[in-house]
Write a protein that binds this ligand. Structure first.
Ligand code: NDP
Length: 420
């Protein structure tokens, strides 16, 4: 039914592509394109040896160069482009999709690679003052494509990973089936997995460390409240995982949910971290290794966080050694039929089960499966409307059904323990 161009072939992409191959009724043809084409070729070989009916080709692309992406789209003529490269490439790929009138899907919102670039920096500092949060990423850059995508008659589906992605679908689903009004949402992201390394990140280290070393923030009564990094800590006993320390972070779905569900009075996001991870991160930060500003080293310019990435284990290599489970979901408080109501919708995912099925760990798995689902819904027309949207802006039911079908079954608990 559909011809898909996938850009990127890292940890998340490898899962998304293998899941597309499991859904060959929708994805009849795929072009796997990335900076390092050998990764695409290896995955193509693996799928072909398994006898996939999907017709697969591969290509090299530099997604930082809009003309390179346009050239590839014109050659391959896809029905949609799934961007599972890095957030740095979101805008170039969106521009190319606009030029070629092709639907666009991604898993993370735009942030620039060079946060010292003067024009971007000036706009960023203005936004920090106006909006009250200091994360390097926000939706303004991609929401600005709304009219252009509408005029072009194409769909942009933003952030269809787990968080953001599934968590926002959980909100839409809770609202549709369980609440007349939602008053608070706590998004909890728990990784109870153990990979045996003293320090490693579960997805792209540069993106991950930027996110967790930044200030935290949450949405309350229509505005942002910002905290210092890791300032707010809670302990939660996660079903099937156990008791974990979790910390309040800024997270991108809060921005979209705050805009699209103005009735919600407070939205917070918590992620679990072990003490060893936090100690290593603090030390690396103190010595400047998390910096995104280039420095000169032995006559060559290097970016400290990119150098650190080269030293750390590749997240895609954690699969065989990671044991334990993730539990990611949303706890709601609100009103139904005039009565107060609480609800927890969550998914539990087992690292070793993911590895057995696709050769990846659960973080890539829980992101790659929803990337396939969002793309399938756009391609099949169920989630197709001109403009740029997040996953909470569509009917959640077909997405929820596909989560059950493609390996991320969810649980509804109508009597959860709340977070204070
Ligand atoms: P990886 O670093 O493992 O993979 C990134 C891939 O993109 C690599 O194949 C890389 O190529 C390729 N790439 C990078 N730059 C370019 C470029 N300029 N042109 C073409 N290809 C390029 O990242 P992950 O798989 O861990 O993450 C992928 C995306 O998923 C990120 O945007 C991340 O933020 C997002 N994510 C979203 C989550 C969610 O729940 N919503 C959770 C986790 C991640 P090469 O092999 O040459 O390096």
């Amino acid at each position: 039914m559909g011809r898909l161009l996938v850009i990127g072939c890292g940890g998340v992409a490898q899962v998304a592509i293998q899941k597309c191959a499991q859904n060959s009724a929708v994805f009849t043809e795929m072009c796997l394109a990335s900076r390092t084409v050998s990764k695409c070729d290896a995955l193509k070989d693996k799928l072909e040896k398994q006898g996939t009916p999907v017709k697969i080709t591969t290509a090299t692309v530099n997604a930082d160069d809009v003309n390179d992406v346009i050239k590839l789209i014109k050659e391959y003529q896809p029905d949609a482009v799934l961007n599972v490269a890095l957030p740095y490439q979101d805008l170039t790929i969106m521009d190319a999709c606009l030029e070629c009138k092709v639907d666009y899907i991604d898993t993370a919102n735009y942030e620039p690679e060079d946060t010292d670039e003067p024009v971007w920096r000036a706009a960023y500092e203005k936004r920090c003052k106006e909006k009250g949060f200091t994360a390097y990423f926000d939706y303004s850059y991609q929401w600005a494509y709304m009219d252009k995508f509408k005029e072009g008659g194409i769909t942009g589906l933003l952030g269809t990973g787990f968080d953001p992605g599934v968590t926002s679908v959980f909100v839409a689903y809770a609202k549709k089936h369980y609440f007349d009004e939602i008053h608070t949402v706590d998004i909890l992201d728990c990784n109870g997995g153990d990979h045996g390394y003293a320090f490693a990140t579960n997805f792209n280290p540069e993106i991950n460390l930027r996110e967790v070393s930044a200030n935290g923030s949450y949405w309350e009564d229509g505005h942002w409240i910002e905290t210092k990094p890791m300032e707010i800590k809670r302990v939660y006993d996660f079903p099937q995982v156990g008791q974990k320390d979790m910390y309040l972070l800024h997270h991108e779905e809060i921005e979209a949910l705050g805009r699209n569900f103005p009735e919600i009075k407070r939205i917070r996001f918590f992620m679990t971290f072990g003490q060893s991870y936090l100690d290593h991160m603090r030390c690396l930060e103190d010595v400047g290794m998390l910096s995104t500003s280039p420095i000169m080293f032995e006559g060559r310019e290097i970016v400290p966080i990119q150098f650190l990435k080269a030293l750390l284990p590749d997240p895609a290599s954690l699969g065989p050694r990671t044991v334990g489970k993730t539990n990611i979901g949303c706890i709601f408080r609100g009103i139904k039929d005039g009565k107060e109501k609480t609800l927890f919708i969550y998914n539990v995912c087992d690292h070793q089960e993911c590895y057995k099925e696709l050769g990846s760990q659960a973080i890539s798995y829980t992101t790659g499966v929803p990337a396939m689902i969002g793309t399938a819904l756009v391609l099949s027309g169920k989630w197709k409307k001109p403009g740029v949207f997040t996953t909470d802006e569509f009917d959640p039911d077909p997405y929820m059904e596909m989560l059950n079908e493609y390996g991320l079954p969810w649980v509804v608990d109508e009597n959860p323990v709340l977070v204070d």
